[in-house]
Design a protein around this ligand. Structure first.
Ligand code: PBG
Length: 325
């Protein structure tokens, strides 16, 4: 087709035509809202580097979950900020841990909302790494058992899905095996399969108090320069029993989302991470961009790239904007 026979502008000439030929339509069903649970009562402490996001005590997290549900958001992702940290991250798998308590409350008080839990140790270890530390190194295999215990404790509390974000090798298989043994064969695993070692996690680490005390996460999270390795990582998690595979971050890795979508037939999630959120919020506040339009364009782009679902701190804002249209 060539000009002047083909004129692409013909089908852009009205809102009706544009709606008719639109290839990607974002809906509230695509969104998952991350929430940060802390102890105490009636706590709603703003996270400085993530405007609009808060540390919420369980009473308030129930309210946030209900708000998400009422906007048609199908799921929340829970992160916990424990009162105590130790070398083994014991509060990650404690029956009365913060996430376990938050899951129980949401499941009891909010119908029609799925609760996904982030399974990792970095918020719970005093050294801030996602795995056990032995002589200054991250001990992969010693970590697996603790991750599996964490996942089971979440499922015992009523979590609908677990999402390991630690990037230890073999953790999906281990978690699947132990969940099954403990009677949770219906609990799916959303694997942070392709997780890059990204500076875009900065605001989250302030929020979750989970920055590593020494070194960095380069020995377990992926090098941002690698794409083929993403296929190998995802294939491994699929073979170990992942039900959903995630790419994280999202916006700087749209090419990876696209490749993973083409390569695998499982649902693909993308995590629009804290730094992506903070940049848009900050530039929007300065008046340098139209924050709401850039938010919607970003989320649509992530879906267009191939994500079936998007974990995003924008979930409430975006679902609210979608209700207006
Ligand atoms: C925990 C975890 C992190 C994020 C999700 N789970 C931080 C990290 O790996 O350092 C980042 C989320 C975000 O930046 O929004 N391992």
């Amino acid at each position: 087709m060539q000009f002047p026979d083909y004129r692409p502008r013909r089908l852009r000439s009205s809102d009706m035509f544009r709606r008719m030929i639109r290839e990607t339509v974002l809906t509230a069903d695509d969104l998952i809202l991350p929430l940060f649970a802390v102890g105490g009562k009636n706590v709603k402490n703003p996270v400085a580097s993530m405007p609009g996001q808060f540390h919420l005590s369980i009473d308030n997290i129930v309210l946030a979950a209900r708000q998400a549900r009422d906007l048609g958001i199908p799921a929340v992702m829970l992160f916990g900020i424990p009162e105590k940290k130790d070398p083994l991250g014991t509060r990650a798998y404690a029956k009365d841990g913060i996430v376990q308590k938050a899951v129980r409350s949401i499941k009891e008080k909010v119908d029609g909302l799925s609760v996904i839990t982030d399974v990792c140790l970095c918020q719970y270890t005093d050294h801030g790494h996602c795995g056990m530390v032995d002589k200054g190194k991250i001990d992969n295999d010693a970590t697996l058992d603790l991750l599996a215990r964490t996942a089971v404790s979440h499922a015992d509390a009523g979590a609908d899905m677990v999402a390991p974000s630690d990037m230890m090798d073999g953790r999906v298989g281990m978690i699947r095996e132990v969940l099954d043994e403990e009677g949770h064969n219906q609990v799916p695993i959303m694997s942070y399969a392709v997780k890059y070692c990204s500076a875009f996690y900065g605001p989250f680490r302030d929020a979750a108090h989970s920055a590593p005390k020494f070194g960095d996460r380069r020995t377990y999270q992926m090098d941002p320069a690698n794409a083929m390795e993403a296929i190998r990582e995802a294939a491994l998690d699929v073979s170990e029993g992942a039900d959903i595979i995630m790419v994280k971050p999202a916006l700087p890795y749209l090419d990876i989302i696209c490749r993973i979508r083409e390569e695998f037939d499982l649902p693909v999630a993308a995590y629009n991470v804290s730094g992506e959120y903070a940049m848009i919020k900050a530039a929007g506040k300065m008046g340098w961009i139209d924050g709401e339009k850039v938010m919607m364009e970003t989320l649509t782009a992530i879906k267009r790239a191939g994500a079936d679902m998007i974990l995003t701190y924008f979930a409430i804002d975006a679902a609210t904007a979608l209700q207006r249209t």
